[in-house]
Each structure stands twice: as C-alpha cells, then as structure tokens.
Design a binder for this molecule. Structure first.
Ligand SMILES: [Zn+2]
Length: 416
C-alpha cells in the first residue's frame, strides 16, 4: 500500500449496517441512518508500523494508512495536526492528581481541531471531483474551511448566522471566501445548507462529505499514543458537541490496538458538556439509551448542539470504556479556562473551559486515581472567545511614575 492508497472499503450505515460505495453519501438510503467509513483492518495491519508512521510527514497525513484518503503531496496545503502534548504538573497538583497531559489543539493552523476534519474532507472532496468547498458554521469550522480552501486554491462558500461576532466574521472573510451572513439562527443556516447541498455541486464538509470529515478526528488518538512513546493513557477528557469527536477518539485508540501498534485497552473516556447544552450528559445521568434534544443556552457556543447526531453512540462509548459523560455550569466553564491558563500557560476557548472543569469535577469527586495518566483535550483557542473572561481579568491603570506603580501594586506584591 503506497501512501496515496487507502484501506477504506465502503460506507456502512451505523443503524442497519448495510454497506455502499465510497461516494458523497451521508445518510443510508434504506433507513436514513448516518454512514461511516469501514476499513480492511488486516490490510492496514500488514503495512503499518511505528517506523512507517515516524518516517511520514509531521502532520496528520503520517497516519494516512488509517484514513479514507491521502494526498499525492502530503506537504501541500496547511500542515495540520502533530500539535503539542504538554505535561501539566501544576494542573495535576492543583487537582490532586498524579499525571496530567494537555493535548493542545489550539496549535493547528486556524487554532482549533476543526483543521483535522476539514483537511480530510477537503482531500476526499477533491478526489470525488468537487471544486468548491462549503459549510454551515458558527465559527471554528468557518475559519478552517475558508483557510484550507484558499491554501489549496479552491473556491469556498461559508454560511454563518448574521449575528455572529465581528471577530469571527473577520477571521473567516480575510481568507477570501464568499461569506454569506444568513438572517436567521444556526438551525436556519443548517437547513439552507442541506437544501443547497442537494442542488449545488459543492462539497459541504459537514453535510455531503461528513463520513470522511469525521474520520479526521481519529488522528487525535493516534498522536497522543505516539507522543506518549507508543503507549496509551488511562483516561481522556473530551468535549462533546455532536459526539463525533468523542466517538472517533475511541475508534482511533481501538485502531492502534487492533493493528498491534500499542498494547492495552481503550482509555476511559470522560465526555464533557455544558449544563446549558448537555443533552448527552442528561441522558447518561438518567441511564437512558436515547438523547432528548434541548435548546442550547451556554457560553460554550462551539459545543452548543441541542440535537447531537452521534449522542447515542457517545453513550455507547462511555459505557464500553468505563467512562462517563457529565456537564458543568457556566461559572465552572469560566473557572476552567482560568485554571488551565494559570497552571499551564494555555488559553482555551469556552469548550476547553468545559473539559478542564469536567476534569476538576471528576478529580474532586475522587473518580481519578493518583496513579492514572490523564489526557485533557483542548480543542480551540481562547482568542476565539475573549468575551467569556474579558470582564474577569485584572488590570492596574497607573501613571507613568514609580510612585504610581508602587501604589497600585503594593509592597507585598513587589516582594513576591
Ligand atoms: Zn441504514
């Protein structure tokens, strides 16, 4: 298997398990269930090795044996992935834990994990013959689709709600995309894109090429294992929006075990939601095997999916790995952002506040042993959600004199 071949064999319905060809399909034509990519695992196992991966490019394409597509030139476009795994001893100490690592995905080209899914979706879209990329988004995905399309010289159309924050609009439009500010909320935007996807020959990354798009999230598991010297963490804390990232991280760890690259078991996966939009956490708490939709009301906007497509599958993963899914309050989210920033030097967006607060909550409840190795997934940059902490940061206005400085800061602070 050369680098641009793939072991992907079919698209399979997650509900009725019927299979079909690897086309731009995203719902089962029999039962309308969601589709996912299936692979010939034996074929992957026969070619993949730690050495082959290590000799690959310093991006997610080093794992292309496990992906539905691979570029002819893995150095083309924006290099995504291989983000730092940061040891966090001060965060561990603050929480009374033994070993904590932060997977810092803010280090991606547009500062969120969405670059992973967009990289894979864009490559597959090109192979399927698409020349135009598109998406419905409220921020991170819009940034990423616009940037990666421009890097590859493809046209793009990005649909956002008209009331989106100014900085997100600027940080998307600057890449030269066609930005459509839709008079309506995200649900309206999404509905419009579903309609357009059936009429236009465009690749809507999270609609008609979604099965390939979501595969990009698996690389967050591969990288962590490689960065830990080809070993597995005991536990991971992962944010849940649609539930796709959470379930794909589980799949990623399983891939490594099944192909013999690592020994052990899939880590306990703790899913993190905001209480203002926590339909999967609510189902977990109630012991249900279905997810009742909610109306989102939270500062964690990148996680605010009231009717999560992979919610039921996330419940399965939590059960199968001995994990759990919990929700934290708005106040805890902000405290989580501050705790992470002050103990690691990493500034996360509100989703990262959700995961950090969930880790803190599990630690307080005594759920995590001191001998456990824990990985905290930080999926987006704090500069994207400045408003969450803007009113809480301390500043000291002074005159440009030593006396004014000393008065403001005080003798005690000078010694410390
Ligand atoms: Zn089906």
């Amino acid at each position: 298997m050369t680098r641009h071949q793939t072991a992907a064999t079919a698209l399979r319905c997650k509900e009725c398990e019927r299979t079909g060809e690897l086309t731009a399909a995203y719902v089962c034509e029999y039962c309308f269930g969601p589709l996912e990519v299936v692979y010939d695992t034996e074929r992957i196992a026969s070619v993949v090795s730690r050495e082959r991966i290590a000799s690959g490019p310093p991006s997610l394409w080093r794992y292309s044996d496990f992906l539905p597509c691979a570029p002819d030139d893995p150095y083309a476009g924006l290099p995504t992935g291989m983000t730092p795994l940061v040891r966090a001893p001060r965060l561990a100490e603050a929480l009374g834990l033994g070993e904590v690592w932060v997977k810092n995905d803010t280090a991606n080209p547009t500062h969120s994990f969405k670059d992973r899914v967009v990289s894979v979706a864009l490559e597959k879209a090109k192979q399927l013959g698409y020349e135009v990329m598109a998406c419905a988004s409220t921020g991170n995905l819009a940034n990423s689709v616009a940037a990666h399309s421009s890097a590859h010289g493809l046209a793009s159309y990005v649909f956002v709600p008209a009331d989106l924050e100014e900085q997100k609009i600027v940080a998307t439009a600057v890449y030269g995309t066609t930005l459509l500010a839709v008079e309506g909320n995200y649900d309206d935007v999404n509905r419009l894109c579903m309609e357009l996807a059936s009429e236009r020959p465009w690749a809507f990354v999270n609609v008609n090429v979604r099965p390939y798009y979501s595969e990009g999230s698996k690389t967050l598991a591969y990288e962590v294992a490689e960065q830990l010297g080809w070993s597995l963490p005991d536990r991971c804390v992962v944010p849940i929006a649609s539930g796709s990232l959470y379930t794909k991280i589980s799949r990623g760890f399983r891939d490594l075990i099944e192909t013999g690259l690592v020994d052990g078991e899939v880590p306990r996966l703790n899913g993190a939601q905001s209480a203002g939009c926590g339909p999967v956490a609510a189902a977990w708490d109630a012991g249900l095997d279905f997810v009742a939709p909610v109306k989102p009301d939270t500062i964690a906007k990148s996680l605010a999916i009231g009717n999560p497509a992979d919610g039921v599958f996330a419940l399965d993963v939590a059960r199968a790995t001995g994990g759990s899914i919990s929700a934290v309050t708005e106040e805890e989210i902000v405290e989580g952002i501050e705790l992470l920033a002050r103990t690691t030097g990493i500034f996360a967006e509100t989703a990262g506040g959700v995961t950090t607060a969930t880790l803190a909550k599990l630690a307080r409840a005594g759920e995590i042993g001191r001998d456990e190795r824990v990985v905290l997934y930080i999926t987006g940059d704090g500069l994207k959600t400045l408003d969450a902490v803007a009113s809480r940061v301390e500043r000291h206005p002074i005159q440009p004199t030593v006396a004014s400085f000393e008065q403001a800061v005080g003798e005690a602070r000078l010694i410390a």
